[in-house]
Design a protein around this ligand. Structure first.
Ligand code: RIB
Length: 295
């Protein structure tokens, strides 16, 4: 039985526009296509965890317009007992996807910024001591969640996305697994450098920290107490949309770790899932089921 994961994370309604290029200042641009779908880094990561076979509890908040997000999580097997339904509107994301499959995202936090420490109290008390606690940076309380999870002895996994200046104030000594892309690594380091250099700077700031850095088409590198590896990306025929590729990676990685797989094995699973994700459109709809990865 895999160890449980409590994910304190965002839930968004995504509005996705496909365009020739990202809109420039002062420009009005007609989109080629529009779709709406479930999203939010937190929701995507919970969904990926569940689809990978993990045991996941999602704590977060939605408004009256977010009922479909809760149903989606529940249908995937995510436990939503710590998901609050309040008066504030559900988080929204306006996502531009260009012809190369790259994205640019505009966020409205809404209900994601209404979490309270009291809401999490029951979850802390119910979790077994070997549980993982995962969070991102798309809700309020990020620092509180990391601090409390560490204080209570859980394994702390942090994906500081989207990166903000406030992330640099959070002590990495409270985190066990830090999962970043190059932009997030640059933000945390305070300077831009080659991935290897940023990896060792982050690792040197906290000896207990396993840093996992995703490099898109160049794969993933990691360093920390569980070992140092470099893994190529899994083959991709055609990139359709990179949205939620990082979230898919994190969910699959953590599901594998929580079921006792090695770090190297977990990274391999995660890169295969992320490669599948970038070949489909949308956020949540592009997260594979385990069966879809078995060739
Ligand atoms: O990581 C992708 C997600 O970022 C989207 O689903 C969007 O909601 C934003 O949170």
């Amino acid at each position: 039985m895999p160890l449980p994961v409590l994910n304190v994370g965002s839930l968004n309604l995504d509005h996705i526009f496909r365009l020739e290029h990202f809109v420039r200042p002062g420009e009005t641009l007609a989109a080629r296509d529009y779709a709406h779908s479930p999203g939010g880094k937190g929701l995507n990561q919970s969904l990926a965890l569940a689809r990978a076979g993990g045991r996941v509890f999602h704590a977060g908040a939605i408004g009256p317009d977010g009922a479909s997000l809760k149903v989606l999580l529940q249908d995937a097997g995510v436990d939503t007992r710590y998901l609050e339904e309040g008066a504030a509107a559900t988080g929204q994301a306006v996502i531009q996807v260009d012809d190369g499959g790259e994205n640019a995202i505009l966020l409205y936090g809404g209900a994601n910024h209404t979490l309270t420490p009291e809401q999490l109290e029951a979850a802390w008390l119910a979790l077994p001591e070997d549980a993982y606690v995962l969070t991102q940076n798309e809700t309020n309380l990020t620092e509180h969640v990391i601090h409390e999870a560490r204080r209570r002895g859980f394994r702390v996994v942090w994906n500081p996305a989207p990166i903000t200046d406030a992330c640099r104030q959070i002590p990495l000594t409270s985190v066990d697994y830090l999962i970043v892309n190059e932009v997030e690594a640059t933000g945390l380091c305070g300077f831009d450098a080659e991935p290897d250099a940023m990896l060792s700077v982050l690792h040197s700031r906290a000896p207990q920290l396993q840093v996992v850095m995703t490099l898109g088409a160049r794969g993933v590198i990691t360093d920390g107490p569980d070992g140092a590896y470099q893994l190529p990306a899994a083959p991709v025929e055609h990139v359709v949309d990179t949205t939620a590729a990082g979230d898919t990676f994190i969910g699959y990685f953590l599901a594998a770790m929580a079921s006792g797989r090695s770090l190297a094995d977990s990274l391999k699973q995660a890169t295969a899932a992320a490669a599948w994700c970038v070949q489909q459109a949308g956020a949540a709809p592009s997260i594979p089921l385990r069966e879809q990865l078995v060739r």
